[in-house]
Design a protein around this ligand. Structure first.
Ligand SMILES: NC(=O)C1=CN([C@@H]2O[C@H](COP(=O)(O)OP(=O)(O)OC[C@H]3O[C@@H](n4cnc5c(N)ncnc54)[C@H](OP(=O)(O)O)[C@@H]3O)[C@@H](O)[C@H]2O)C=CC1
Ligand SMILES: O=C(O)CCC(=O)C(=O)O
Ligand SMILES: [Mg+2]
Length: 734
């Protein structure tokens, strides 16, 4: 009998490929855990479930888990989830409506109180709405030793840049978020408001009642719209003159307010003539450049001038600089969907591919990679410079760059969502405290994007401590990627210096370097086979944990990604990559799922360990140890999904983990009852290996029906994801 305890592991249901994988993997985990007295519950935090929760049609699991994350009892396994752009949100709403759920349309314009109220609810679902809520701790992401050794033995290819490669990064460097940043550290608890004094003398409160704590860093900055447009016009002309592909790399999901607006500027800059001529017609039809070319083209059907406007877009595409394409076969350009090209994944993929992206005809070519804000663009230029000069990084020999990232309590840009404004009227934006003192101010023009960020002190202390702990535990130098010339970083550096003094750093190499220098230094060491921890703020955490894994391991799916929660609980994330929408397409078209669940396997080990420690259930430790060993065998035997039909896919990889795990459980001696319980299962899985693999392979090559995309049908999906009767029966017999 399982012991009576409040402790449980919460395994999240999310979206797309990770959700599909869960339908196959979780039944195995639950069956094994139950035998060891470990309780696992699920919570649905998919974008569809979060929409339903906003309208009282489902439990608000995200809020529940957000509260849990602030307690020591938290033990949450968090798979990647969709951070929805507006086009994705609208598609999810349409699917739910078609399934009979009474949820309103996404309001095209919020001009009535009712529309405003609906939009406010949908805004809570939009973009990066899950991670900032659950991440009540800082981030520890690294390639486990076994994965790094595997990658060295089975290196993927990082392609060389061609001689004279024209690929380069274009960034503003002036008049952008980085260059306009101002920052203060608060000397007492306070309540702030953000006010726009317009040139015409009106005072408009943009936000009030913003509670801040002593020691908290508050920044404000602006992206100047006119300069952004001039920069984009230049970049387009340069791409045309150089005859390279034009591509823009933003994070419209995580930076859910600022980046869709910047994306809209890019769409309008590329199609400047079309917008000059038809901008009013598009606006009147509620078609926004911020939602991308795809949404605009899809919405032209109902317009009187629809055909004419479509022809104008096509002519502009034919005459403008050549665009990069995310899917050349389907004619989907870099400017179609704001959430298709996400800088953290797209730039490393570009580097891995020798600096080339894909053009209209599917051919590869060099690109002008446009990253408008200069805060972090230099990191990618540093990598490109290094690879151009020294050749591709060789996964067989290079060192590793793990990351310790500041993100707790919506640190830095994560907390900017409710403090980012597209300025309606020229004037001055001020951050004012309760006493009426102006802490920060900027003159702004209409169209500028102004934003503020907060970074609380406790998360910074925890982050510095985590960095030192990791440096000590792995005997690895730790570099803080901070730029003293940047206002926010200068404030942070003061704190880092203070808190480092409280730590025992004897014998450790700890440096503070600007992101560009830190990157070059880490690459130099990496080429010598040396490891270097990158200790970064939130955005570089996101960028570096795709950049280095993709170069070292070919993918960030193989990362261990742990969030030691400040309150004492644990959030165990799976991998560092996203929800891989193209994998769902492959499953639906040919019943093959390429998703690699290694991240899930890694996450479960510390989750079971935590359970063992907190609930005092020894069986949980046995589960952890045996799963760890099984994952080692899994890597040795190379059981990750292949890329192509006819090899084992995600489901086959789960079978092998189940087999190795059962064998480890059967042979361990720490718990004789568990060993006895798993012996028959281990034997039957081994005996039926070929039969099970055949049953799994037999379904490949045909379309699969899961009854939905954002809210697939549970029964249909379970049937698709568990096609081996022999495996299902063996598990049921446990
Ligand atoms: N933690 C989270 O919740 C995160 C969520 N997201 C969200 O995911 C969505 C898609 O984002 P996108 O940037 O395209 O990122 P994806 O990770 O979905 O896509 C990038 C590429 O990563 C590879 N990849 C990532 N994970 C795996 C895996 N487990 N198995 C195999 N391949 C994998 C694939 O590349 P390849 O072809 O090279 O194999 C994939 O095409 C967005 O909604 C985004 O906001 C994104 C990042 C993190
Ligand atoms: O929160 C998000 O939108 C994505 C986060 C992400 O990409 C990451 O944590 O690596
Ligand atoms: Mg990321």
């Amino acid at each position: 009998m399982p012991p009576v305890t409040d402790q449980k592991i919460i395994y999240t249901h999310t979206d797309e490929a990770p959700l599909l994988a869960t339908y196959s993997f979780l039944p195995i985990v639950q069956a094994y855990a139950a035998k060891a007295g470990v309780e696992i519950e699920t919570r649905d935090i998919s974008v569809a479930a979060r929409i339903l929760a906003q309208f009282g049609l489902a439990d608000d699991a995200l809020s529940e888990l957000g509260e849990l994350a602030k307690t020591p009892a938290a033990n949450i396994v968090k798979l990647p989830n969709i951070s929805a752009s507006i086009p994705q949100l609208k598609a999810a709403i349409a699917e739910l409506q078609a399934k009979g759920y009474d949820v309103p349309d996404y309001p095209e314009s919020a001009d009535t109180d009712e529309a405003k109220a609906i939009q406010a609810r949908y805004d809570k679902v939009k973009g990066s709405a899950v991670n900032p809520v659950l991440r009540e701790g800082n981030s520890d992401r690294r390639a486990p030793l076994s994965v790094k050794s595997y990658a060295k033995k089975h290196p993927h290819t990082n392609k060389p840049f061609s001689e004279g490669s024209k690929t380069t990064v274009a960034t503003m460097g002036e008049h952008d978020f980085k260059s306009n940043e101002k920052s203060v550290t608060l000397t007492r608890d306070d309540t702030l408001s953000i006010v726009l004094e317009t040139a015409s003398g009106q005072s408009k409160t943009l936000l009030e009642g913003l509670k801040v704590l002593e020691g908290e860093i508050v920044d404000a900055t602006k992206m100047e719209a006119a300069h952004l447009d001039a920069f984009l016009a230049n970049a387009l002309a340069e791409a045309k003159a150089q005859d390279v592909l034009f591509s823009v790399h933003l994070k419209a999901t995580m930076m859910k307010v600022s980046d869709p607006i910047i994306f809209g500027h890019v769409v309008k800059a590329y199609f400047a003539d079309v917008f000059a001529q038809y901008g009013d017609d598009l606006a009147a039809a509620g078609l926004s450049a911020n939602d991308g070319l795809g949404s605009i083209l899809a919405g032209l059907g109902g317009l009187a001038k629809g055909e004419e406007i479509k022809a104008a877009f096509e002519a502009a595409l034919a005459n403008g600089p050549r665009l990069s394409y995310t899917n050349s076969d389907k004619g989907i350009t870099n400017l179609h969907v704001p959430s298709d090209v996400i800088v953290d994944a797209s730039m490393p993929a570009l580097v891995r591919n020798g600096g080339r992206l894909w053009g209209a005809d599917g051919g590869e070519d060099d690109t002008l990679a446009v990253i408008p804000d200069s805060s972090y663009a230099g990191v990618y230029q540093a990598v490109i410079d290094d690879v151009k000069k020294n050749g591709p990084l060789d996964p067989a020999t290079i060192g590793t760059v793990p990351n310790v990232g500041l993100m707790a309590q919506a640190a830095e840009e994560y907390g900017s969502h409710n403090k980012t404004f597209e300025i309606a009227e020229a004037g001055t934006v001020r951050v004012v405290n309760a006493a009426g003192d102006v802490l920060l101010e900027h003159d702004v023009e209409a169209g500028d994007i102004w934003r503020a960020c907060q970074t609380k002190d406790i998360p910074v202390q925890d982050w510095v401590k985590l960095a030192v702990t990791r440096a000590r535990a792995s005997a690895t130098p730790a570099i803080f990627w901070l730029d003293e010339s940047r206002a926010h970083d200068a404030e942070l550096i003061k704190k880092v210096t203070t808190y480092l003094a409280d730590q025992d750093t004897d014998g450790l190499e700890i440096k503070i370097l600007s992101p560009e220098l830190a990157c070059s230094y880490s690459l130099e060491r990496m080429r010598k086979g040396e490891d270097t921890i990158s200790v970064t703020g939130n955005v570089l955490r996101d960028y570096n944990t795709d950049l280095f894994p993709i170069l070292e391991l070919g993918t960030s799916a193989k990362m261990l990604s742990v969030v030691p929660l400040i309150a004492g609980g644990g959030l165990f994330e799976t991998g560092a990559g996203g929800s891989a929408p193209k994998h769902v397409e492959q499953l639906v078209n040919e019943n093959y799922l390429r998703w690699d669940s290694l991240g899930e396997f890694f996450a479960l080990v510390p989750s079971f360990e935590k359970y063992a420690e907190q609930a005092g259930v020894a069986g949980a430790q046995v589960l952890a140890d045996t799963l760890d060993a099984a994952t080692g065998t899994f890597l040795d035997e190379d059981r990750s999904p292949g890329r192509k039909l006819g090899t084992i896919d995600n489901r086959g990889s789960h079978f092998y983990v189940a087999l190795y795990w059962a064998e480890e459980l059967a042979k361990q001696t720490a718990d004789a009852d568990l060993a006895a319980a798993f012996k028959p299962l281990a034997e039957s899985l081994r005996a039926n290996e070929q039969k099970i693999v055949e049953e799994l392979l037999a379904v490949q090559g045909q379309p699969a029906d899961i009854g939905g995309y954002y809210y697939p049908d549970a029964e249909k999906t379970a049937a698709v994801m568990r096609p081996s009767a022999t495996l299902n029966e063996a598990l049921a017999a446990l």
